[in-house]
Structure formats: C-alpha cells, structure tokens
Design a protein around this ligand. Structure first.
Ligand code: HEC
Ligand code: HEC
Length: 278
C-alpha cells in the first residue's frame, strides 16, 4: 500500500471504528480472542466483513456498495439474519449448487461473487483466511455437525412458509414506500448510511437474496432495521417488489480470477474462460 493510499483511507478507518470490531474481544459465547497473531487475524476478519467495500484488503474484490454485514447483521452475531453463530460447525458441507463438497472458505468466496457482485478472492488469500478465522472463532467451543444437505449452518435464516400465498408487487410497492423508503430511498439506491436494494450497486441476480422466497425469509427477521414486524405476506410482497427491479446479471466466468490466480475451483482446475455458468 502506498503512503498516500494509506492516508486517504485512514479517516474512513477511524470514523468506522465503532462499527468495526466494536471493541468486542469476546465471541457471543464469551470466548476471548486467542493470543498473538491469530487473535489479530480474527479481528482483521471482523473489520473486513464490516467494511468490505472500502477495506484496502477486500475492496478490489467487491463490485457493489454492500458489506458482508449489510446482510449478515451485527457482524454475523445476529441470531437469525444471516447469522454466523455456529456456522463453522457445519463445514465442509455438500453444496447442491456446486455439486461439490465445499469448505467454509469456498462458501465465503461465493458470497464475494454473488452477493458482493465481485471477483472471487483466491483461496488462501489474506482476506479469505481472515474472514474464515473470524467466522470459525464465533463457533469456538461448539460441536461440529457437518451438513450433508446444504452449505448452511444451524442458525441460517429460517425459511418462511409461503404455502398458498401469492406475491402482490403493487401491494409490495405501497409497503416499501411506507416502511423502507425512508432509509433505502424511493429509488432503492440507498445513501451513505443505507445500502442500495436494487440497481447497479446492489447484489446480482445470482445472489441468494435475488430469489423472492429467500429475500422474504431474510426480511422477516431483519427489516425494517430494529423494528422487524412484517407479516409473512408483507415480507413476500415487498420481496417481490424489490426483486422486480433491475440488478447486475451474474455470469460465473466474469467473477472468477485469471487462470494463474484461480487455483482450484470446486475441486477441478477450471479455466476461468471456459467455466460453465452455474
Ligand atoms: C446481499 C446480502 C449478502 C451479502 C452482502 C453477503 N451475504 Fe453471505 N449470505 C447471504 C445469504 C442470504 C446467505 C444464505 C444464508 C442464510 O439464509 O442465512 C448467505 C450465506 C453465507 C454464508 C453461509 C452461512 C451458513 O449458515 O452456512 C457465509 C459463510 C457467508 N454468507 C459469508 C459472507 C461473507 C464473508 C460476505 C462478504 C464478503 C457475505 N456473505 C456477503 C447474503 C449475503
Ligand atoms: C432505519 C433504516 C432502515 C429501514 C427503515 C429499513 N432498512 Fe433495510 N437496511 C438498513 C441498513 C442500515 C442496512 C444494512 C445493515 C447494516 O449495515 O447493519 C439494511 C439492509 C437491508 C438489505 C440487505 C442489503 C441490501 O441493501 O440489499 C435489504 C434487502 C433491506 N435492508 C431491505 C429493507 C426493506 C425491504 C425494508 C422495509 C421493510 C427496510 N430495509 C427498512 C436500514 C434500514
């Protein structure tokens, strides 16, 4: 990092201290940070997930205005909204999407390509290891229970039951204007303190939240921020309204690094230029 770059970035770092590691040196279970370099890397991982789009180690891998914690609330310490609590206990896990067993690191890197609309950081890179260290630390002391069905930990966002329900986009619009637009804007583009929910700087159409049932489930436990009281029908209508707007298109090869930096992807050495879209 050049000195000039470091200086430009410093005020952002200072301003963001309170939301950064939040002075927490204990995981939710009360575990203290391990001593030495490992503890520092765990702290770095938390800073990266809260400042993903600006952090000098991760910003180059991000293609939108979101941070991991835009969806994984409270640094992943939220019990339902994209929780990272006990997540590490479920990996390696079977992934039906990739048709592979994937590691926690692979799972993290997938969110870079889809939810962050960015480039897949190389496996073993500082960013990837620091985030994996932080998420694993949140599971310290919990028993391992590998997930043979899906790459999801035991506290993943609970899926709402949508049986017999139909989404109504028009009703979703009215609700959005009433309950969400104050923060995310009528145009959905957000502002400095609130992330965009559609448009070019939002998650792409390969992301989990681009699927209406997944977004409805997440909204049910996460939004409106600090006032999560939507009914399932309201969450469904708003989700359908949000996802009726344009967002970047996901095309797998465009999100993989160059062949020399790719390493292994899903267990095969796949050329980034020949990778099939999945
Ligand atoms: C636009 C929203 C969004 C953003 C931004 C995002 N994710 Fe995710 N992520 C999700 C959703 C949705 C899931 C599915 C998990 C669930 O339903 O609880 C998920 C799943 C995960 C999982 C697996 C959780 C589990 O229960 O096994 C990990 C790990 C993860 N994300 C890491 C990250 C990291 C690291 C970043 C930042 C580089 C990130 N995510 C950015 C939405 C997002
Ligand atoms: C008080 C302001 C506020 C209100 C009201 C609010 N949000 Fe949010 N929303 C946020 C913030 C801030 C985040 C990012 C979370 C963080 O950084 O802690 C967020 C994150 C999100 C995200 C995931 C990240 C992204 O931008 O894609 C979605 C989707 C979302 N909100 C939708 C909604 C919907 C739908 C409503 C109305 C039902 C709503 N929000 C109401 C402030 C708000």
């Amino acid at each position: 990092m050049t000195l000039l770059y470091a200086l430009t970035w410093m005020p952002i770092l200072l301003l963001n201290q309170p939301v950064g590691f939040a002075g927490e040196t204990r995981s939710i279970a009360g575990n203290t940070l391990p001593a030495g370099r490992l503890g520092e890397v765990i702290k770095l991982g938390e800073s990266i997930i809260t400042e993903t789009s600006q952090h000098p180690l991760s910003s180059r891998y991000v293609g939108n205005d979101l941070n991991c914690t835009s969806c994984h609330l409270n640094s992943g310490r939220h019990h339902h909204a994209g929780s990272f609590l006990k997540t590490a206990t479920a990996y390696p896990a079977w992934s039906p999407r990739e048709q592979r067993v994937i590691t926690l690191e692979d799972r993290i890197l997938n969110c870079f390509m889809r939810s962050q609309n960015g480039q897949r950081p190389p496996n073993g890179s500082e960013v990837s290891v620091a985030i994996a260290a932080y998420i694993t630390w949140l599971s310290e002391g919990d028993s391992i229970k590998l997930n043979p069905l899906k790459p999801l930990g035991p506290n993943h966002t609970p899926a709402v039951n949508l049986e017999g329900m139909k989404a109504n986009v028009q009703r979703g619009k009215t609700l959005y204007v009433d309950r969400c637009a104050d923060c995310h804007g009528n145009n959905g583009l957000g502002d400095l303190s609130n992330p965009p929910v559609w448009g070019p700087n939002s998650y792409n159409d390969g992301a989990g939240l681009s699927r209406v049932p997944k977004l409805a489930s997440w909204l049910k436990v996460a939004m409106p921020l600090d006032d999560e009281d939507l009914t399932v029908q309201e969450a469904l209508d708003i989700a359908a309204y949000i996802n009726s707007h344009p967002r970047p298109h996901f095309d797998l090869p465009a999100h993989l690094p160059s062949d020399e930096r790719l390493g292994e992807y899903n267990g095969v050495r796949e050329s980034s230029s020949h990778a099939k879209e999945r």
